[in-house]
Design a protein around this ligand. Structure first.
Ligand SMILES: Cc1cc2nc3c(=O)[nH]c(=O)nc-3n(C[C@H](O)[C@H](O)[C@H](O)COP(=O)(O)O)c2cc1C
Length: 151
């Protein structure tokens, strides 16, 4: 069974988080981390765990991630473990718009996925980054905790 980490990233911060998660789960066999634009149908077969991450833009995932979520077939997700993350500002002001991770998680659950852990956000210090100090380590830890005892 494969673990697939799908992400989108404009300035590279979400990519760094996705790669840190991939590295952290590297103890498992068959972990693949891919940008959403690279996903082909064969990447979505025999999935054991699907992790989807996006920058938060206007409280939502990017259009490319939203499109991926909208188009993914229900049988691909039904019964498999899923998890969601985003990158975001740490200011309270943006809270009213919500964040990408919760919306990604809702979509994956609606399609029958079993959500592991809570959707998580990782902080950038500005629109283009960089990530707040310690966020790569926090992402690696989040990934290890959500898969613990599940895989
Ligand atoms: C058009 C746009 C809208 C954004 N909207 C939000 C938002 O609603 N909430 C938030 O926390 N961050 C917002 N941000 C900041 C992004 O989350 C930040 O650019 C992203 O984490 C960087 O990740 P990336 O380098 O992978 O693109 C926005 C950024 C852009 C460019």
């Amino acid at each position: 069974m494969k673990t697939l980490i799908v992400y989108d990233s404009v300035f590279g911060n979400t990519e760094q988080i996705a790669l840190a998660i991939g590295d952290a789960l590297g103890f498992k066999e068959n972990v693949v981390t891919l940008r959403v634009s690279e996903i082909k149908p064969e990447h979505l077969t025999e999935l054991g765990l699907l992790i989807v991450g996006s920058p938060t833009q206007g409280g939502r995932p990017t259009p490319a991630i939203q499109d991926f979520l909208d188009k993914i077939a229900k049988p691909t997700i039904r019964g498999i473990n899923v998890a969601a993350f985003d990158t975001r500002f740490s200011t309270k002001l943006v809270k009213i718009f919500g964040y990408a991770a919760a919306r990604i998680a809702d979509s994956l659950k609606k399609n029958g996925g079993t959500l592991l852990g809570s959707p998580e956000g990782f902080f950038v210090t500005g629109k283009e980054g960089p990530l707040k100090e310690g966020e790569l380590e926090r992402a690696a830890n989040w990934a290890k905790v959500i898969v613990k005892g599940k895989m």
